[in-house]
Design a protein around this ligand. Structure first.
Ligand code: PMP
Length: 419
């Protein structure tokens, strides 16, 4: 019986859906494991098709900050769905959600809701190009902004479509300065994850974000913070509040939809004024500002604002990070744990990781072994070495994060040494 349903399901899926999955990382290839089919979640727990229960640290890739099936969110979704799933017209809830976001992030003077982080980042870049009348977009090696052509160099995108995309090294201001000097009058924007989450968690070094701010101002380019992961996670006001740097535009997703598909982009009113119908930059969506999504988002943000879990999250995640680092040291496995608030990554390497070159250095085989050991112990980590492990508001009971820390420490038994 064990593993029957999971395996049957994936055998069937592979005959219908490429690779058996609708998003590549779900195939678990990087950790050399059979993928898991999730059938139910409750708070920090996730249940697979064979009835096994896992303490979940993937948390919908950071989207369900309150945990799975939070009663307030579930109730809001059911109530909104019963009133109608989509109208293709404006609704009160979308305005309320936009207002909560605007109040939390003062740099976001105006915003629009869309359906995914990909869409939000794509449109923010389109807007920056229109506002500045320039073409070039500077991004950072190891950051991810969704899969729009401009922002996804390589990976099946014809070079001509990413020909105006420049790449710099995260945490390395001189690499940004040299691109700014090279493309001085043609740089439309710099887009960055203010805390990188997609090369594993890499915090900005002191002065990096402020440096980007002044380089952009000097170059006449817009600074875009992609806070799809960090928004409402590292602080109520996101990384821009935590580090005190004001971007021109902000890209959001994940938490603001309470687990339903969402994205948002917003920022300076003069830039946002270029959007149709007031301006010439087109963007639209059948489901943009969807009432069920907006209801889930409002319920999530109201709950988060009332609970204000950020200090507790920081403490709990710090304990988990310390436990992992300690257990790795005791086992003789070189591991560097990077963390900001409730997002962390154990990098299986002996050198500190502050950019993608450092992240590429990890021993992926050792992480895969750690992942499988944790899974056997009932803890679900991201099925890839360069992703964020999330400690969320649903992990905050002492017993839970202590259990998580203990199990993850135990996970080092059997992890091979890395070189
Ligand atoms: N930006 C960042 C920082 C992300 O982490 C992601 C997705 N993980 C995206 C953009 C794309 O968002 P989505 O998957 O909703 O398209």
């Amino acid at each position: 019986m064990a593993e029957r349903l999971n395996n049957e399901l994936f055998a069937r899926a592979r005959g219908i859906i490429p690779g058996g999955v609708n998003s590549p990382v779900r195939a678990f290839r990087a950790v050399h494991a059979e993928p898991i089919a999730a059938v139910r979640g409750e708070g920090p727990w996730l249940y697979d098709a064979d009835g096994r229960r896992y303490l979940d640290h993937v948390m919908g890739w950071g989207a369900v900050m309150l945990g799975h099936a939070h009663p307030a969110v579930t109730h809001a979704v059911a109530t909104a769905a019963a009133r109608g799933a989509v109208f293709g017209l404006s609704t009160p809830d979308e305005v309320d959600l936009a207002d909560i976001i605007r109040t939390a992030m003062p740099s976001v003077e105006r915003l629009r809701l869309v359906n995914s982080g990909t869409e939000a980042a794509m449109t923010a870049v389109r807007l920056a190009r229109a506002f500045t009348g320039r073409r070039k977009v500077l991004r950072f090696d190891g950051c991810y902004h969704g899969h729009a052509d401009t922002l996804l160099a390589g990976a099946g995108v014809p070079p001509v479509l990413a020909g105006d995309t420049l790449t710099a090294c995260y945490n390395d201001l001189p690499s940004v300065t040299s691109q700014c000097e090279l493309w001085a009058s043609d740089l439309a924007c710099v887009i960055v994850e203010p805390v990188a989450g997609n090369m594993g968690v890499v915090p900005p070094v002191e002065g990096f974000l402020a440096g980007l701010r002044s380089l952009c101002t000097r170059a006449g380019a817009l600074l875009i913070f992609d806070e799809v992961i960090t928004g409402f996670r590292v602080a109520w006001g996101g990384a821009q509040a935590l580090y005190g740097v004001r971007p021109d535009l902000t890209v959001l997703g994940k938490i603001i939809g309470g687990g339903l598909p969402v994205g948002a982009f917003g920022g300076r009113a003069d830039v946002m004024a270029l959007l149709a119908p007031g301006g010439p930059v087109y963007q639209a969506g059948t489901f943009a500002g969807n009432p069920v999504v907006a209801a889930a988002g409002i319920a999530t943000l109201h709950t988060l604002r009332a609970a204000n879990p950020y200090a507790a999250l920081d403490r709990a995640a710090a304990h988990v990070a310390r436990s992992i680092a300690g257990a790795a040291r005791d086992a003789g496995v070189p591991v560097q744990v990077n963390r900001v608030g409730g997002m962390l990554t154990p990098f299986f390497t002996s050198s500190p990781v502050r950019d993608m070159a450092g992240a590429r250095d990890v021993d992926a085989t050792a992480y895969a072994a750690f992942f499988r050991a944790a899974l056997d112990l009932g803890v679900l980590l991201p099925p890839s070495p360069l992703e964020a492990t999330f400690v969320s508001a649903c992990h905050l009971e002492d017993a839970l994060w202590r259990k998580s820390a203990a199990l993850l420490s135990e996970g080092f038994t059997g992890v091979p040494y890395c070189v």
